[in-house]
Design a binder for this molecule. Sequence first.
Ligand SMILES: NC(=O)c1ccc[n+]([C@@H]2O[C@H](COP(=O)([O-])OP(=O)(O)OC[C@H]3O[C@@H](n4cnc5c(N)ncnc54)[C@H](OP(=O)(O)O)[C@@H]3O)[C@@H](O)[C@H]2O)c1
Length: 226
Amino acid sequence: MKIGIIGSGNMGRSLGILWAEQGHEVFFGARTAEKGEAVAASAGHQTQGGSNDAAAMFGEVLLYTARGVNPTEVFSSISVLDSKILIDCNNQEIPENFAYPAITQSLVEKLAAEAPKARVVKAFNTMAQELFELAPDPLKDYNVSVFVAGDDEAAKQTVMQLAAEIGFQPIDCGELRHARLIEGTGDFIRLLMIQQEMGSTAAISVHTLPFAQTQRLGGRQPSALK
Ligand SMILES: NC(=O)c1ccc[n+]([C@@H]2O[C@H](COP(=O)([O-])OP(=O)(O)OC[C@H]3O[C@@H](n4cnc5c(N)ncnc54)[C@H](OP(=O)(O)O)[C@@H]3O)[C@@H](O)[C@H]2O)c1
């Protein structure tokens, strides 16, 4: 698969290298072509680098790492995103004292409104970049969840596959608007990592456990609660 990285900082560089290690063709984009080229040169794995425009034209799948930046400021024409799978891994800036406002529109819904012809998917925002160093081994032994939401089913399945290939456990979270919850989860894990000092390898794993063989607690009774 051809993958374009939009913004080759910590997230872009790490995920780009991981996907290149899996045999994908990766193009690192940046605000200056020189930076994109330099990231590709140090990444190896036959990756290429250049401008964000060039990365967007190259990729079938794009990773968008420019938090809160309208794509009209990133690309010379928004049409470079038409029909592309656009992964948004962004989280809001951490406010003072972790006093997060309620999320009524997620960053990715805003991005989807700004790039209406892109196939936008939310993913990779609920773990720290440091965790990627463990991918795919031994990461795959820890069942770390990647929450994936999007309105384009095929795009979502592609992103889930890309997550699984590098050792994560992808979880289909349904429609794009559910990203409000996923972004809130990204805020929550950073609260644990930073304020509660669990560190950057704190990770979220969702498991489905088997049902108990007995119902000694009486089982689930009808409830009047809505
Ligand atoms: N780091 C983590 O552990 C982590 C984990 C999960 C989610 N995230 C989220 O992922 C996003 C990226 O984080 P990061 O750690 O990769 O940050 P970063 O290292 O600072 O990289 C951010 C990238 O954004 C690009 N950028 C910034 N302003 C821009 C602008 N005005 N126009 C175009 N491009 C611009 C930069 O591109 P250039 O390459 O051109 O300089 C840079 O590569 C953030 O929203 C963050 O919350 C981060």
